[in-house]
Design a binder for this molecule. Sequence first.
Ligand SMILES: NC(=O)c1ccc[n+]([C@@H]2O[C@H](COP(=O)([O-])OP(=O)(O)OC[C@H]3O[C@@H](n4cnc5c(N)ncnc54)[C@H](O)[C@@H]3O)[C@@H](O)[C@H]2O)c1
Length: 294
Amino acid sequence: MEELAGKSAVVTGAGGGMGRSIALALADAGVNVAVVDIDEAAALSVSNEVAERGVKTFGIRTDVSNFDDVKKLADTAYNHFGSVEILVNNAGVTLRPFRASWDTSYDDFRWMMDVNYYGVLHGHMAFVPRMRETPGEKHIVNTSSTASVISIAGHSAYSASKAAVDGLSNAVRDELKTQNIGLSILHPGAVRTRIATSERLRPEDEKSENRGVKPWADYVQNVANPIVAGQTGPAEDPDVATSATEYITPNDVGRLVVEGILGNKPHILTHPAPLEALQERFDTLLAGQPQPAK
Ligand SMILES: NC(=O)c1ccc[n+]([C@@H]2O[C@H](COP(=O)([O-])OP(=O)(O)OC[C@H]3O[C@@H](n4cnc5c(N)ncnc54)[C@H](O)[C@@H]3O)[C@@H](O)[C@H]2O)c1
């Protein structure tokens, strides 16, 4: 998109963390913003911050895993703004502790897919038909993770849900191009938000802490990934990442997303790319090529 001022956006999971940062950065660019979250108080609070930027806004409780909720959200957004040019499917949840796939319950797998994948698909299905009819440039951002492009043992349910986001997004990007809708996949690295306490949103009997889930770290001597290892990092996280693995604050993520929308970037990263892990994946893929028969 070349011009953002005067456009309207819907940002899910905007009651905190990266969604809040994205909502505020869009508002700073003159975009009207619907602040969407399953936590209504958080959505209203961030909507107040957006309003201070002088753009139109409303906060609304929506469970993105529920398609009826998302269809109502779309109706409300079009009633408020008249059009929606930017959709940010950002709401997401994760599991702690990291766990072996065989210690991951079907409810765990389903919850990851329901929020992280179907949440994105519901946004797509509820908004794209009307975005297609809106003249001018439009853009969608789907929040994935670096977990979708590198391998993280102990994180299978989350990784699978984010890989599904990538698969959907990469396939629809060329479809959307024909409708003047750009698409970016946001791949955050380690960002200090409330994501580690996502299970606060689950029913009591499904929370990992009430089920005595065995941590992945119990199976292995050395856990290389700092998030899996539960390392907390320095007391004060920087806003800007200088390595692939360090924690950052979410403060600067909104700017990166706005730049990604303006540049119609297929992928937006919050950290330097994890080159070794990407190279390993690429190498193992190439190593699987058919060899001539001997
Ligand atoms: N923080 C990280 O290190 C990290 C890394 C990679 C990807 N991500 C992804 O970034 C996105 C934003 O997460 P964050 O880190 O800002 O975490 P966060 O927990 O601070 O924000 C996520 C927001 O989504 C909301 N939410 C959860 N379930 C919802 C539902 N069913 N419907 C609507 N809203 C719901 C939460 O209430 C919360 O406000 C997520 O998709 C997450 O998977 C985060």
